[in-house]
Design a protein around this ligand. Structure first.
Ligand code: PMT
Length: 422
């Protein structure tokens, strides 16, 4: 019988000379507390035999989708469900291409498609194959789907060349695998409420005041929160994005509707993350009919809309962790700190907007600030950095839980609050 405290890692091995290091990786994973099941492609078996993996993992390596005896013992769908993490090391250029295109033409690619477990790949190939635009496009696509790409390292290669394309060393891969396992369970069952996208404030029935938010950042945060095991409710402004799997979603249009939806969902939320670009002002008297062109200048009176984030932070039902975003075009850190303090937040996520990052871009770069700490997340695909953000959010959340000794943030004593603020 398997030990429930041990982590279940499915190690995929594909065809490349770095496969000779994979038996050592199996041992490193086992030492750290994993049960390891190896699945090999046909090309991998040209480099290392299944028997080697059986010897180090104490389980027969799986090699064939059509192996009736192995399927009778544990079918491939069952195996895909068994895995808490799938790590493919080495991952060849060919395997990355098949994964990017959703091929399920052998056991390993089928397992990757059929599993909900986090998936990480450790590319290993010649430096020119790695640099090839086709490989780079595949890697970008995989990253955008939340697949972690570990490495490659730069150095001497088996082919005699030097450059990027070496598989990371087994020790480092084992550590990365365990860090992924920790983050994928970091928020199990925690209720997270997220706002995303823009709002639209009506001028008349056909015109509105809006902004350039695409919702990509907030949706990536929702996806990453779900991947960390959270129960996620997403309140979204008008965007053209699919709802991430496993996430509940409420669509709204105006800041007022977003505010009402957030108030409705606030009870029971343990973390609130405001990634939406909410309007600050709306027309005070929207016209009921289309405003006619007169050819002369016109003035429009605007009134402030409620600040959703500030109102959540001040609410009696305040979630334990309240996280705001700050979209800044200048003096980013200074302005973000003002918002952190002014709205009494537990964390602010600052991003520079107006250039190639931030609004409507696929990439972003973040500066996280909280009372007594900060962390930079370097430029990357929004989903990749959302995973890093959620790891930091989970850390702060669990810290607050310990400091608040089980009391909600708004019911803490002054001493607890001061301690939490550092
Ligand atoms: O959607 P994308 O195209 O992917 O772009 C992502 C993003 C740039 C929109 C996102 O990363 C981001 O920065 N979101 C916050 C944008 C914003 O409105 O920032 P702000 O500095 O104006 O507001 C500060 C905070 O108060 C934000 O958390 C905002 O959601 C919140 N707010 C603001 C006004 C208001 N009426 N209610 C609020 O809750």
């Amino acid at each position: 019988m398997s030990d429930p405290t041990r982590k279940r890692v499915l190690l995929g091995v594909t065809g490349g000379i770095a496969a000779y290091k994979s038996p050592d990786l199996v041992r490193r994973l086992i030492e750290r507390g994993a049960d390891v099941q190896v699945a090999m492609t046909a090309s991998a078996q040209k480099f290392v035999t299944p028997m080697t993996f059986q010897a180090v993992s104490s389980r027969p390596a799986r090699t064939d989708l059509w192996d009736a005896a192995a399927e009778a013992a544990m079918g491939h769908i069952e195996l895909a469900r068994w895995a808490e993490l799938i790590l493919v090391a080495p991952a060849s250029a060919s395997f990355l291409a098949r994964l990017a295109h959703g091929r399920a033409d052998d056991l390993l690619s089928t397992l990757c498609l059929a599993s909900e477990a986090p998936l990480a790949v450790a590319p290993a190939m010649n430096r020119l194959m790695w640099a090839n635009p086709a490989t780079q496009a595949n890697v970008t696509l995989l990253r955008s789907r939340g697949i972690r790409v570990l490495g490659p390292a730069t150095g001497d290669q088996a082919c005699g060349e030097t450059g990027p394309g070496r598989m990371l060393e087994p020790l480092q891969l084992a550590e990365e695998a365990f860090s992924l396992l920790r983050s994928s369970a970091a928020l199990i069952g925690v209720r997270v409420l997220i706002t995303a996208g823009p709002t639209r404030e009506h001028i008349d029935p056909v015109r509105f005041i809006g902004n350039r938010s695409s919702g990509k950042m907030g949706f990536a945060v929702a996806r990453a929160a779900r991947a960390a095991g959270a129960q996620v409710m997403l309140v979204s402004g008008p965007v053209a994005l699919d709802t991430p799997p496993g996430v509940r979603r409420i669509n709204v249009e105006t800041a007022e509707q977003m505010h009402a939806a957030v108030r409705e969902e606030l009870s029971g939320a343990q973390i609130f993350i405001a990634a939406a670009a909410v309007a600050d002002y709306r027309p005070s008297a929207p016209a009921s009919q289309k405003i006619k062109k007169t050819g002369v200048a016109m003035d429009m009176r605007l009134e402030p809309v409620p600040d959703i984030l500030a109102s959540v932070s001040a609410d009696q039902r305040r979630p334990r962790l309240v996280v705001g975003f700050a979209a800044e075009t200048e003096r980013m850190e200074e302005h973000a700190r003002q918002k952190l303090e002014g709205k009494h937040l537990d964390m602010i996520v600052a991003n520079k907007v107006g250039g190639q990052l931030g609004f409507d871009a696929d990439d972003n770069a973040l500066l996280l600030l909280w009372p007594g700490g900060s962390r930079r997340i370097e430029r990357g695909a929004k989903l990749a950095i959302a995973h890093e953000l959620m790891a930091a959010v989970a850390e702060r959340f669990h810290e607050q839980e310990r400091e608040g000794a089980g009391r909600p943030a708004n019911k803490r004593t002054g001493k607890e609050r001061r301690k939490a603020r550092g």
